[in-house]
Structure formats: C-alpha cells, structure tokens
Design a protein around this ligand. Structure first.
Ligand SMILES: [Zn+2]
Length: 139
C-alpha cells in the first residue's frame, strides 16, 4: 500500500490514447518519457506524433525518477473538496532528459520549505487499483 497524499475525491487525470502507455508505466511504478523510435527525440507530456520528425512510431523509456524543482506554487485555496491545503504544485525537471519537465506535487515536506532547485524523487500514490499518480518528495 502506497502512502496517500490526496483525497479520493481528487479529480482523475484525463487519459488519452497517447498518454495511456505513460499511465500504464506509472501503474507499474515506473516514471517514463515518450520517445520517438525513429529519431529518438523525447517529450513530455506524450503527444500523438514526434515534434522533431513527425513520426507516429513512439514508445516510452524509463527515467531515473529523480529531478529538481524547476518552479512551484503553494496552493492555499480550497479548490478540491477534502483536500488539505496548503499543498505544492510544481514543475519538476527530470534528471537524464533534455530538460523535460513534469507538473506534479511535492509531498512529504512543509510547503514553505520547498525551493527552486531542490532535488526530488518520484513517489507513486495509489489512487485506485487502476491509477497510480507520480508525486515527488525531497531526496
Ligand atoms: Zn522523431
């Protein structure tokens, strides 16, 4: 059982045909980025075709699951029922990529202590049997 950070009532992400492999990897506890099998360009979030060569031949590759806080905001408003605020929404620059960033949450830390450049690692939150959502915590 993974640790829980957000309530069950939190809206589920929209899962598209392009993002399905990404979410399937997350369900296995793997943080991946989309990769073009022709020119090897990588991107996040997943898209229908490669932005570099236009190919539709895409797969995913595992990342280290680590990164740094590129930027963040602390949410103090009650936007989601049952959500204890304040909480952190951050853009995380993923290690071992060409500057790819993912929007997520920083957890396991007092929001007032989060800083740009802070080193973080992924932690997967099991929202249901079908959904694991990557969050990040300090490392
Ligand atoms: Zn390509």
């Amino acid at each position: 059982m993974s640790e829980r950070y957000f309530p069950d009532l939190m809206p589920s992400p929209g899962i598209s045909r392009e993002s399905l492999p990404w979410w399937e990897a997350a369900l296995e506890g793997r943080l991946v980025v989309q990769r073009c099998t022709k020119c090897h360009a990588e991107r996040h979030p997943p898209a229908p075709c490669c932005k570099s060569c236009g190919s539709h031949e895409l797969d995913v590759r595992d990342t280290a699951g680590t990164g740094v806080v590129y930027t963040y905001t602390v949410v103090h408003q009650k936007l989601i029922p049952g959500m204890p605020e304040p909480y952190v929404v951050a853009s995380i620059e993923l290690d071992g990529t060409d500057g790819l960033r993912i929007v997520s949450n920083v957890v396991d830390i007092d929001p007032s202590k989060v800083r740009v450049g802070m080193e973080v690692e992924v932690v997967f939150e099991k929202m249901s049997d079908e959904l694991m959502v990557p969050r990040f915590r300090p490392r």
